[in-house]
Design a protein around this ligand. Structure first.
Ligand SMILES: NC(=O)c1ccc[n+]([C@@H]2O[C@H](COP(=O)([O-])OP(=O)(O)OC[C@H]3O[C@@H](n4cnc5c(N)ncnc54)[C@H](OP(=O)(O)O)[C@@H]3O)[C@@H](O)[C@H]2O)c1
Length: 299
């Protein structure tokens, strides 16, 4: 049995659907079991309750599992909410440590972890350090593992690129923070789902870390322009300096559920490009060009 933790999320659901389509037996762990049936109507999937902050619940969810695919991240990422414990440190890092401990206890034989491109011990930004520490917990676990570091994942259900298209439907312009010149290499969700499903079986990938980006490398503005073009919405992109965004966010972050934090402005203006060399060598994945992928779901 393969357990996908965070299986109700963007990346997790893609892996779940791909694994089921390959005839695999799949269980999904969620903080709320009922949301699993709602997320996957008609699919034959086991729904298990578990919260990475509750080790007893993980012990229950991980029993009799051979492979774990960890797709958990804190709700509303990258906007941290320290009061609720929704942070990179608490959920992405500590939540992975808890899952590794539960996996060892349960005798799990394979652990696939979805990290992110940019993860590094000496990174300037704390989210990259948390991801690195989570990777290290997996690497030091003694369990056979595969770590995937995607760039920016987009698809019909993403809440990032679709937000720009949403702005274009309501406004005569598309607002964005920063210069829009940072380089991006967005990767289509279906491609990520296939790579992760491959990682469940692929012995050549054992104990390795792979960066994964799409076939197009272009500026953030160009990504947004192509999405707007395919959505049939010609709009100018209105750049707000990141410093203004951070100033606004400094005031907004005192709210109980802040819509922005200064860190989240840095997060969304980061570049996200990958070195696909190891990925190509081991997985030889089909990577869908941006226009072709967007055309499958944008009107
Ligand atoms: N999206 C991207 O562009 C992107 C890019 C690079 C890397 N990644 C990485 O890919 C992974 C998945 O990202 P995503 O975009 O798919 O995230 P997502 O859509 O926000 O889904 C995250 C999942 O985590 C689960 N979760 C949250 N808190 C939890 C907790 N305390 N205990 C157990 N489960 C919890 C949620 O499930 P329930 O609500 O059902 O409990 C949710 O389905 C993350 O590691 C992320 O860093 C994503």
């Amino acid at each position: 049995m393969i357990l996908v933790t965070g299986g109700t999320g963007l990346v997790g659901a893609a892996v779940v659907k791909e694994l089921v389509s390959r005839g695999k037996q799949v269980a999904v762990m969620s903080r709320s079991v009922s949301s699993v049936a709602e997320r996957f109507p008609g699919l034959d999937i086991d729904a298990l309750q578990g919260d990475v902050g509750d080790r007893a619940s993980l012990a229950g969810a991980f029993a009799n599992i051979e492979t774990v695919v960890n797709c958990v991240q804190f709700p509303n990422s990258p906007i941290e909410n320290k009061g609720k414990g929704w942070t990179f440190e608490q959920v992405d890092y500590q939540g992975t440590v808890s899952q590794v401990a539960a996996a060892k206890q349960a005798g799990v034989s394979r652990f696939v972890y979805v990290s992110g491109v940019g993860a590094a011990a000496d990174a300037e930004k704390h989210w990259f350090v948390s991801k690195w520490k989570a990777e290290e917990a997996v690497r030091q676990s003694g369990i056979v593992h595969v770590i995937l570091r995607p760039t920016w994942v987009y698809g019909p259900e993403d809440v990032a690129l679709n937000r720009f298209v949403g702005f274009a439907r309501r406004l005569p312009f598309v607002p964005t923070f920063g210069s829009g010149q940072q380089m991006m290499q967005p990767i289509f969700i279906d491609d990520v789902g296939r790579i992760l499903a491959d990682a469940v079986d692929k012995q050549e990938a054992n104990n390795q870390t792979f960066e994964a980006g799409g076939p197009d490398r272009l500026s953030m503005d160009d990504v947004v322009r192509i999405a707007l073009e395919l959505a049939g919405k010609k709009r100018p992109i209105l750049h707000q300096p990141a410093a203004i965004g951070k100033l606004m966010a400094t005031f907004l972050q005192v709210l109980p559920g802040p819509p922005l934090t200064p860190d989240s402005i840095d997060f969304i203006t980061n570049e996200a490009v990958a070195d696909n060399e190891a990925l190509e060598r081991v997985f030889a994945p089909k990577l869908t060009p941006l226009r072709e992928a967007l055309a499958t779901y944008l009107p």
